[in-house]
Design a protein around this ligand. Structure first.
Ligand code: ARG
Length: 402
């Protein structure tokens, strides 16, 4: 019996060719592994296809729940948004895929794992680092990074090896999807001056054709985790699916981003992330309501760092874990309800309530019942401005006075 490799298999042309190519180049029997994290229409069909193109075994699994619990919600609690724009859908899917690839490799007694990433992107880094950390003894094969075939050569290889070529017209874009978002790149999008054509979008309406009537939606959180919509408790996966449909209908969640890749290049990326956009906005709003100014300032620093760690493929690092512990501690009182309005591409927070709110009406009001003692202010201001007044007196040149 030959040694085995476990290949992350999407059912597309590249990974189908890879089944054959790995056997030819490395002599390994290939076991395919396909995971649904909110991106797969028909797992059984993919399983059958893998066997048809020569896999000795084909494993399929639904990991949506695990994805949300262990990857999506932790990054939501951290407010992780890469470069302030990208909700990191593709990026947080990769460590889970790496983890499951290693697990299946163990179960199937494989000596190698393989994936379909090219040598130009971030995904190869995330998978290779994840696999190398969790299964250091496993050999990593990335056929599309190694074989150097053009599209035409790939098709010829497929024809020669009777690998079925998808009959549907190939999309002009490179697309990656999971339940937290959809990433679209290449084709006409490589021209940063060109507005994304309508066919780029699949999850969100165009704002112009979105409903004229706004939709209000209430998202309830417990300790930073969303648990209910409009008062109805539901599973995490279902909650994301319901929000996905509502926000998508109202054209919420489109992102057009010039992004700094880990491998040094800038790339133009389009994202659709309707549910993520709403949840990140709601979470941040609730947090603003229950944490102090100093906690919020510090947490924002951590958020940037946390997003970079995810983006840069360092999910399985001690630092990511350290930061997650900090983030979890900050979520103790992030409990309450945020009311949002979805309308023609906008998502606006219009209401908030929490039993732990630090918003005190008797301190904030300008109306009757004001408990704020205005007579305290002059003394406070004298001390607050003391260093500045002192410096202005002693070092006139430090002050812009003109
Ligand atoms: N640029 C994004 C990232 O690095 C998305 C990558 C999408 N991958 C793809 N094969 N289309 O996370």
């Amino acid at each position: 019996m030959s040694e085995r490799a476990v290949l992350a298999y999407s059912g597309g042309l590249d990974t189908s060719v890879a089944v054959k190519w790995i056997k030819e180049k490395y002599g390994y029997d290939v076991v395919t592994f396909t995971v649904d994290i909110g991106n797969v229409a028909n797992l059984d069909a993919i399983r059958q296809k893998a066997l048809d193109v020569g896999a000795v075994d084909a494993v399929v699994t639904d990991a949506k729940q695990q994805f949300v619990r262990d990857f999506v919600f932790p990054s939501l609690k951290a407010d992780a948004l890469y470069e302030g724009e990208y909700p990191l859908a593709t990026a947080i899917g990769r460590p889970l895929i790496a983890q499951l690839l290693v697990k299946v490799a163990r179960e199937k007694g494989a000596v190698a794992v393989a994936h379909g990433c090219t040598g130009k992107g971030n995904d190869q880094v995330r998978l290779d680092v994840g696999i190398g950390t969790l299964g250091p003894d496993l050999k990593i094969i990335a056929p599309a990074r190694e074989w150097g075939m053009t599209r035409e050569e790939l098709i010829r290889y497929a024809e020669e090896n009777s690998i079925p070529i998808p009959v549907t017209k190939k999309s002009p874009y490179s697309i990656d999807e999971n339940l937290w978002g959809r990433s679209i790149e290449t084709g006409i999008l490589e021209d940063p001056w060109v507005e994304p054509p309508a066919d780029v979008y699949a999850w969100t309406n165009d704002p112009a054709s979105a409903p004229d009537t706004p939709q209000y939606i209430e998202v309830e959180f417990e300790k930073g985790t969303p648990v209910a919509l409009d008062g109805v408790r539901m599973s995490a996966v279902q909650l994301i699916e319901v929000l996905h449909a509502a926000a998508g209908r109202h054209a919420v969640g489109r992102v057009d981003h010039i992004e700094n890749r880990l491998v040094g290049i800038k790339s133009r990326e389009i994202y659709e992330a309707p549910a993520a956009t709403v949840l990140l906005k709601a979470h941040t709003a609730l947090q603003n309501f229950v944490l102090t100014k100093d906690q919020l300032r510090f947490k924002a620093l951590v958020a940037t760092h946390y997003a970079d760690l995810i983006y840069n493929g360092l999910w399985f690092s001690a630092l990511r874990r350290n930061l997650a512990a900090y983030v979890n501690d900050t979520q103790e009182y992030v409990t309450g309800v945020i009311r949002l309005k979805l309308h023609k591409g906008t998502c606006t927070v219009v209401g908030r309530k929490s039993p732990f709110s630090l918003y005190d009406l008797s301190l904030a009001t300008y109306d009757k019942g004001d408990a704020f003692n205005q007579a305290d202010s002059p003394g406070f201001i004298r001390l607050w401005g003391l260093p500045t007044r002192l410096q202005a007196r002693q070092q006139r040149g430090t002050i812009d006075s003109e």
